[in-house]
Write a protein that binds this ligand. Structure first.
Ligand SMILES: NC(=O)c1ccc[n+]([C@@H]2O[C@H](COP(=O)([O-])OP(=O)(O)OC[C@H]3O[C@@H](n4cnc5c(N)ncnc54)[C@H](O)[C@@H]3O)[C@@H](O)[C@H]2O)c1
Length: 367
């Protein structure tokens, strides 16, 4: 049951949060309410564009941001997490300034390195969870990821961990993208290629660098990957990245399952087109439960994160994903929406989360 007095500032977009803040806030609230945990929801960010900024400029921006935000953080208050444009480096600067201003080490920050707060598994949690979710959904259809062509958008924290986790499942990820276009490798990425992509991203180079080592691949400028033939799509770049035209392209690509990660990846019109084309949409508020689960683990003062192995983390995330999936399915069925409907997860997740919030508010005398 969500505790409405505790909020989780998860959607911390240094780039485009302001344009989507209301949607982001609502999505975070519903996402957390759908989980098993007592987190509320909050979203925040700024229109600061980190592109081309020096490390010092980014540090100073984070410090200024925290000058205002620190009042709302601390034990039993909001706790911020990584999101688009915000990774371990930014979380480190934010945490340092919070500590300087508050004069203590208490409070929770997700993402920072394990030696000073948070969990070292933070950046993996959401991306791995998406793949676990896809696996569950496909199992219901008597399918497995093995051999399926997967199209991924984005090449940031989430996209790269989705790609990484698809490999041991035997899936064939064929694209990643950035704001300038997308990279297509028809043979699929393998561990070697994944490692190269990680190096390219770590050095902040263009995805086109990949073509120097694998000239058979293509980089398509000013385009998104949705027209590529695929079985499963993983939008992991930005909100509303799939509009009507792109939904039509996905429907024609052979795609049967779309697993959202970016909050509200699809516009309302796009969801309608995908429904008519019988593409099953798994909404981000359900699929991103891995990050929520890790947040709850990080919040627990009794929890000694250093004693958890990677397997322990993965098991907990798989468990959270399974429960979120089952709660969504049950809510959909309770309201007469059967699994055969391509939108059963969209409706089930919304119904379940909404009822949880309504119940908590009623119980606590807030309405
Ligand atoms: N990080 C998390 O814990 C988390 C949790 C839940 C949801 N999300 C959502 O997942 C998405 C990706 O988050 P992230 O943490 O990987 O961010 P990130 O900043 O690490 O990566 C974002 C990626 O999107 C690409 N991108 C940005 N704008 C684009 C555009 N207009 N067109 C195409 N590509 C574009 C960037 O090149 C980059 O590869 C975001 O929508 C975020 O809100 C993130």
């Amino acid at each position: 049951m969500p505790n409405i007095f505790k909020f989780w500032s998860v959607c911390w977009n240094l780039r485009d949060a302001l344009s989507s803040e209301c949607h982001g806030l609502m999505t975070e609230t519903l996402k957390n309410a759908l989980s098993l945990y007592k987190l509320g929801g909050a979203a925040g960010g700024s229109d600061f564009d980190p592109k081309g900024k020096s490390d010092n400029e980014i540090m100073r921006f984070c410090q200024s941001f925290m000058d205002e935000l620190y009042r709302y953080l601390g034990p039993d208050q909001d706790f911020p997490a990584e999101d688009i444009g915000v990774g371990p480096r930014e979380m480190g600067y934010l945490f340092g300034q919070y500590r300087r201003l508050s004069g203590h080490f208490q409070g929770n920050f997700t993402g920072p390195k394990i030696f000073w707060s948070g969990s070292s598994f933070r950046t993996e949690a959401t991306g791995y969870g998406l793949v676990f979710f896809a696996r569950l959904l496909l199992a219901e259809m008597n399918k497995e990821l093995k051999g399926l062509r997967c199209v991924i958008s984005g090449s940031g924290k989430i996209a790269m961990h989705v790609l990484e986790k698809l490999l041991p499942c035997g899936a064939i990820p064929i694209t990643v993208s950035d704001s300038k276009g997308y990279l297509l490798d028809e043979d699929g990425f393998d561990y070697m290629k994944y490692s190269l992509l990680r190096d390219i991203k770590a050095q902040q180079k263009s995805l086109k660098e990949y073509l120097k080592s694998y000239p058979h691949a293509k980089y398509i400028d000013d385009a998104k990957p949705w027209s590529q033939r695929c079985d499963v799509a993983f939008p992991c770049a930005s909100h509303n990245e799939i509009d009507q035209g792109e939904a039509v392209a996905i429907s024609n690509s052979g795609c049967r399952v779309l697993v959202e990660c970016s909050n509200m990846s699809c516009t309302v019109q796009a969801v309608d087109i995908l429904r008519k084309a019988k593409v099953i949409v798994a909404p981000a508020k359900a699929t991103a439960a891995g990050g929520v689960a890790l947040g709850e683990i990080e919040l627990n003062p009794e929890f000694n994160l250093m004693q958890l192995s990677v397997e322990d983390f993965e098991n907990r995330i798989q468990d959270a994903i399974k429960q979120t999936y089952e709660r969504s399915v049950k809510a959909a069925q309770d309201y007469g929406i059967m699994k055969e409907s391509p939108e059963f997860l969209v409706h089930g997740a919304n119904i379940c989360a909404f009822l949880n919030i309504a119940q908590a508010m009623t119980d606590q005398g807030c309405v």
